[in-house]
Design a binder for this molecule. Structure first.
Ligand SMILES: Cc1cc2nc3c(=O)[nH]c(=O)nc-3n(C[C@H](O)[C@H](O)[C@H](O)COP(=O)(O)OP(=O)(O)OC[C@H]3O[C@@H](n4cnc5c(N)ncnc54)[C@H](O)[C@@H]3O)c2cc1C
Length: 396
């Protein structure tokens, strides 16, 4: 295989698009190739569980850039085909259609896949997960004749879908294994608020209960719970989290641990190979540990740093993460990471509703969740950046 000066990017999502854009903006002149398993131009996923789910439009409405942009930027997109193997020695990738492509720099931007549940019946018709345009299409088709929707998982995606389904007048049940919704991502006050808000809208939330099986014949008929209850269902959504697509990297001998391990410059342990976005686990001095994030902010900002690294510029990544979630007419904006806070403080008017919750650890502000208060969110990002700036040791 002849030597190449190309940058090859695996995955055609948010992170991949940004690497390509930043490479060109930074003056990268060699070929840039994006390989994407899905048949679409790079698109944004957040609307899939929000506006796009409630009113599906043409796929183009989600595209991050139109076709002409990629053509003008001379970014080659190989879509509807996946990378099946990476040969680090020969510096080339093999596509599942058999073609080989040589690279000088390789970027993994492979994202995540929906976590499967190890319970019987998940392959019945009517059982869904939600990560892609095709997933929304499949789900929407079945909703025409579905009144009862059971959602397994009370995280962001589960609750966003619950809000859309309830707004359409369907019977919605959310099954959550933990003792509160959104437990992984927020504190007790905010969980309590969203729990009450959904119940008030008529969502049946079942806490401390696991889905034990999905019953029916060819089609789903009900979800059986760990308490031997049968929850009738025409459609089931499994929203039980996501796992990093790191198998390809691991098979190529790149260090992974529930995510592709990168340093603060988005480099893997293999020279010339980088990774960005949902599929990575990166060191954060700010939070004194390695993080694997699933957010647009993370994909974009880490992609910019990967492009800088490819261009030979010294930039590092250690963000104050931020995220948002839209449910009914509520806009939740999250700054920072709250998971190991030791105190939380409510500010504002919950009844309005317009308020925020501040999370501290050892007196330092580490995260703020704001509901319908964009100003509090923006200020929080600055305040958290200041209060978490001190360098901390990072566990590996
Ligand atoms: C329903 C939903 C709602 C969301 N809502 C929000 C939100 O409100 N706010 C927010 O900040 N974030 C949200 N997110 C998360 C956000 O969309 C992701 O963090 C972001 O898309 C990550 O970008 P990425 O480039 O890392 O991965 P992705 O955008 O997931 O792209 C990865 C791509 O790589 C492809 N791929 C994988 N393996 C291969 C291979 N071997 N060869 C070729 N292609 C491959 C995949 O098919 C996929 O298209 C949401 C996600 C979902 C699914």
């Amino acid at each position: 295989m002849p030597m190449s000066d190309a940058a090859v990017i695996i995955g055609a999502g948010q992170g991949a698009a940004q690497v390509a854009i930043s490479l060109r903006q930074g003056g990268f002149r060699a070929p840039v190739v994006i390989i994407g398993a899905e048949p679409y131009l790079p698109y944004q996923r957040p609307p899939l569980s929000k506006k796009f789910l409630s009113a599906p439009q043409a796929a183009e409405s989600l595209f991050l850039r139109p076709h002409a942009f990629w053509r003008d930027q001379e970014v080659t997109l190989q879509l509807g085909t996946a990378v099946g193997a990476v040969d680090r020695g020969r510096r080339c990738v093999t596509l599942t259609d058999g073609r080989e492509l040589a690279y000088a720099s390789l970027v993994f931007a492979t994202g995540t896949f929906a976590r499967a549940l190890p319970i019987p019946g998940v392959d019945r018709h009517g059982v869904h997960s939600l990560r892609s345009i095709e997933d929304v299409r499949r789900l929407r088709t079945e909703l025409d004749s579905a009144r009862r929707v059971v959602i397994i998982g009370g995280g962001y995606i589960g609750l966003e879908v619950a809000a859309v389904m309830r707004s359409e007048g369907r019977d919605v049940t959310v099954v959550e294994a933990e003792e509160r919704v959104l437990k992984r991502v927020t504190g007790k006050t905010m969980s309590g608020f969203f729990d009450a808000f959904h119940r008030d809208k008529g969502v049946d939330i079942r806490l401390n209960i696991r889905a034990a099986g999905i019953a029916g014949d060819e089609r789903v008929r009900s979800v059986r719970t760990s308490q031997a209850e049968e929850l009738p269902a025409d459609v089931v959504l499994i929203a039980a989290g996501a796992c990093a697509n790191d198998e390809l990297a691991a098979a190529a001998g790149i260090r992974c641990r529930d995510g592709i391990l990168v340093d603060e410059t988005a480099r893997t342990d293999s020279p010339g190979i980088y990774a960005v976005g949902d599929c990575t686990r990166f060191p954060s001095r700010r939070y004194a540990r390695r993080l694997r994030l699933e957010s647009v902010q993370n994909a974009i900002d880490q992609a910019k740093v990967a492009a800088a690294s490819i261009l030979g510029r010294a930039e590092t990544y250690d963000p104050v993460p931020w995220f948002w979630s839209d449910q009914y007419d509520l806009k939740l904006q999250i700054a920072g990471l709250a998971d190991d806070h030791d105190s939380e403080q409510l500010i504002g008017d919950v009844a309005a509703p317009r308020f925020s919750v501040e999370y501290r650890k050892s007196g330092r502000l580490i995260a703020v969740d704001a509901v319908n208060d964009g100003r509090a969110h923006m200020m929080a990002r600055r305040r958290i950046a200041q209060e978490t700036a001190a360098e901390m040791a990072i566990g590996t």
